[in-house]
Write a protein that binds this ligand. Structure first.
Ligand code: ADP
Ligand code: MG
Length: 470
């Protein structure tokens, strides 16, 4: 068999978060409400109506562009992409063709071709008993389309790119980007070639999870190679993805740009983005949140583990809680690590979802971490107190004083406990003398219990060993 190089380019659509739709005042809320409840003559395409550009949507796309180190257009315009289908009541979709808002830039080392702004189409619901329903709540929702260069060569890299874009869109507040809800939709263009030039590409649509993206790409690479190996050609076409069968299937022969007869929309103004105060680069940079890549770098330098960093930055509740808990001037790296560990391994399992962190007390968590870090309480006590202190809001300092849980670092006090425990377990002490480590662990446990968890565990273990073994 020859050696084939797979090539992949992605086209990703994301519904943008704005109050109103792209060109009218209808509510941008396509996933709630009765079908056809957020519509008006403009998004229904009635003749004689005039669209007005939603500035916030333009700002979102420019912000994504800045975050990707891309070029922002100084001039832009909207075009009509003409086609007939019930999901597009005007008979054309307003999109951008020759002058996208953003060009260039990169994410995860994947070069980006362009990002443009357009309007979403209506949703067709088939098999509804009495035929099909067209829900226009989604018609006219602002949609950004990001196109990558054909520079990806395997399924996993494509999946990683899409995951990172989702995280970025969420961080920027540009889109909720849930793939299952269709807020983010990935189309993968795939070709294979055994020469220096590209092979014929196939476009796979309806990928509504990261797993589907990776599965469809892997399947297509294999299918195309097998086809070429049989001496057949790959046909340029659009294919769908059958999640259940784990296969792509032919849908239609692809349209070309020519079929759409793009032309500038005469109802919309051209935008000169050099003069906009609100949409200026400096305004956008000013409002830019800390980006995932920057956070990763910072936490890696502190010494947090990679997987732990991903747990923290990939969920906005965890990320916000953690950022707040470590936003203390001059906080030491060791205490940041301690805080990350308690949050990810001890606090999160006590919650039914990270969203509950929004109701947890950050300040109590910070105090508790300070108490463990300074040795005032030991880790066992800290873990036991997490629920009361962080979830139920009890003051840790008061609670520790009230229950006498302060770590006992006094040799005398710890010795007294050891003597008491050894008096009850002299046989076990003999086992320790014969070299049985589990016997020593048992005694440490008994002593900790006798101290109600407050003894300094290191001190306790060393004193106990000295006492028995001399
Ligand atoms: P079209 O005009 O058919 O829509 P584009 O040139 O606009 O094609 O590219 C659409 C997407 O397909 C882009 O993401 C691009 O990177 C990708 N692409 C283009 N050529 C190939 C190829 N030979 N193999 C894989 N992907 C490709
Ligand atoms: Mg295209």
């Amino acid at each position: 068999m020859k050696t084939y190089t797979p090539t992949i380019g992605l086209e990703i659509h994301a519904e943008l978060k704005t109050e109103t739709k792209m060109f009218c005042d209808s509510k941008n809320d396509p996933h709630h409400g009765e079908p056809n409840s957020h519509i008006c003559p403009i998004c229904m395409g009635h003749p004689g109506t005039l669209p007005v550009i939603n500035k916030r949507a333009v700002e979102h796309v420019l912000t994504v562009g800045v975050a990707l180190n891309a070029n922002l257009a100084s001039y832009t315009e909207f075009d009509r992409k003409n086609y007939f289908y019930p999901d597009i009541p005007k008979g054309y979709q307003i999109s951008q063709y020759a002058y996208p808002l953003v060009t260039g830039g990169s994410l995860c080392d994947v070069a980006i071709t362009r990002i443009h702004l357009e309007e979403d189409t209506a949703r067709s619901l088939h098999d509804q008993g009495e035929g099909s329903i067209v829900d226009y709540n989604r018609a006219g929702v602002p949609l950004m389309e990001l196109v990558t260069e054909p520079v990806i060569h395997d399924a996993k890299t494509a999946g990683d790119f899409a995951r990172e874009l989702q995280l970025l869109l969420r961080t920027l507040g540009a889109s909720d980007a849930n793939m299952e809800k269709g807020e983010m939709r990935v189309e993968a263009n795939i070709s294979v070639s055994d020469s220096d030039s590209f092979g014929t590409k196939v476009e796979v649509k309806n990928l509504n999870s990261f797993k589907s993206v990776e599965g469809a790409i892997a399947f297509e690479i294999k299918r195309q190679i097998e086809q070429l190996e049989r001496g057949e050609k790959v046909i340029q076409e659009t294919r769908g993805w059958d999640e259940v069968k784990g296969k792509t299937f032919a849908q239609r022969i692809k349209e070309t740009a020519n079929d759409y007869r793009y032309f500038p929309d005469p109802d919309l103004p051209k935008l000169d983005l050099r003069i906009g105060e609100e949409l200026s680069l400096s305004r956008i940079q000013e409002k830019m949140p800390v980006l995932p890549a920057k956070k990763r770098e910072k936490y890696e330098n502190i010494g947090l583990a990679r997987e732990q960093i991903e747990v923290i930055i990939s969920n906005k509740f965890i990320d916000t809680f953690f950022s707040n808990a470590v936003s203390i001037d001059g906080i030491e790296p060791e205490r940041i690590k301690l805080t990350a560990n308690y949050l990810t391994t001890d606090l999160l399992p006590l919650l039914s979802s990270p969203a509950e962190l929004a109701n947890c007390s950050v300040s109590n968590f910070v105090s508790l971490m300070a108490l463990v870090h300074s040795g005032k309480i030991n880790s066992r006590i800290a873990k036991d107190l997490l629920r009361d202190v962080v979830i139920d809001g009890a003051d840790p300092v008061a609670l520790i004083a009230e229950k006498g849980l302060e770590q006992n670092n006094s040799e005398e006090a710890v010795m007294a406990i050891i003597d008491k425990v050894l008096a009850e377990h002299s046989a076990v002490a003999d086992e320790v003398r014969t070299g049985k480590d589990s016997a020593l662990q048992f005694l440490v446990g008994q002593c900790m219990r006798a101290s109600r968890g407050s003894a300094n565990p290191q001190l306790l273990a060393s004193l106990l060993r000295k006492k028995i073994l001399g």
